[in-house]
Design a protein around this ligand. Sequence first.
Ligand code: PMP
Length: 447
Amino acid sequence: IDLWSHSSLQGYAPICLGLEDFYIRRLYLRIQDCFNRPISSPPDAWFDVVERVSKDNNKTLQRTKNVSRCLNLGSYNYLGFAAADEYCTPRVIESLKRFSPSTCSSRVDGGTTTLHTELEERVASFVGKPAAVVFGMGYVTNSAILPVLIGKGGLIISDSLNHNSIVNGARGSGATVRVFQHNTPSHLEKVLREQIADGQPRTHRPWKKIIIVVEGIYSMEGELCKLPEIVAVCKKYKAYVYLDEAHSIGAVGKTGRGVCELLGVDTAEVDVMMGTFTKSFGSCGGYIAGSKELIQYLKYTCPAHLYATSVSPPAAQQIISSIKVILGEDGSSRGAQKLAGIRENSNFFRSELQKMGFEVLGDNDSPVMPIMLYNPSKIPAFSRECLKRNVAVVTVAFPATPLLLARARICISAAHTRKDLIKALEVISSVGDLVGVKYFPAEPNKQ
Ligand code: PMP
């Protein structure tokens, strides 16, 4: 069954609702990935190829031979740095001329430039830790670091909705892995008590080390981590806290310093702070920040530091420059405006969607906004109808979400203007009516 095309959708919807889980699973086996692209279509046809992006967060998509300009509600360009910037771009070009696109060397074999050392100092001071180490990819930061931090005889307790890079890192570590109910500190405590042999956590424990892994903002839920409560449980049971701030660093908090700043958690309480540069900073790569000893240990032992080519210099320069803008060190107030912009845009968009009758997940201030579609058969119709109206949204489903919890995942940016957002709301509202995904009554004046 080709779920990608409209015609087959009509046949699929009743089947999906009416069949046993077993059959639904069988149908799903025919689907390649979490974007519900069927195996039968060639990989090149899965994607709308982006031809260019523009400063106003529109992107030009190429689909077969049609080219259309769309409002981009799908990328993690939270602060609008993933487009030409008056402060960052000239410096990035300069760094390209000075260092070339790649160091073509690992960090320990001549691949550490002055930009890399400056970047690590800036990241550490920005996130509020004594030291940091950076990697060329955010995904690899999780999947390569967890196995260095913990191994056989250790215990990882991971939030049930943690990102795939964490899941793979945890699996690859050789440690025992347990999962706690998503963002539920009481269940984390229950799992911890079960895992500590005699229920006397402070006197005897069978594990060499226990690491609790959580995310600052959950990428498919838009939810903020209940960090204060989780940190309290970890302290009680002497477990380490590993926090992935991919979606929260630069995006939330008064000065963009993430969930610790937003929720009033002292960064000293979080042992390992991980984040990526691919969202708020408009670049690529990831970081780990922590104590000097931890970072030194990682630099001596982590294969991804020792054997992988270092972060591309222009990418490093982009991160340094965007942090400077966020902190106002470029001499302007653009950073503060961007932070205020993403907060206002996110809160406006979320509340307008809710007033229209959509079920929207996530917390206030979070730029990640999943609109629940539930029925997987509604996914292609929703995204295609939005795209027809020049609004690009990302839809996600199994296995990235539970089977019957398909959703459209909107990402809001400081670069969206109010006019953009109002247009997007009109489009999403009419597509919501068409596809039938408004699950609550709308507020009277909003229809
Ligand atoms: N952690 C989380 C929570 C993520 O959502 C992602 C990807 N969006 C990553 C890590 C991997 O980061 P990157 O895309 O920068 O490789």
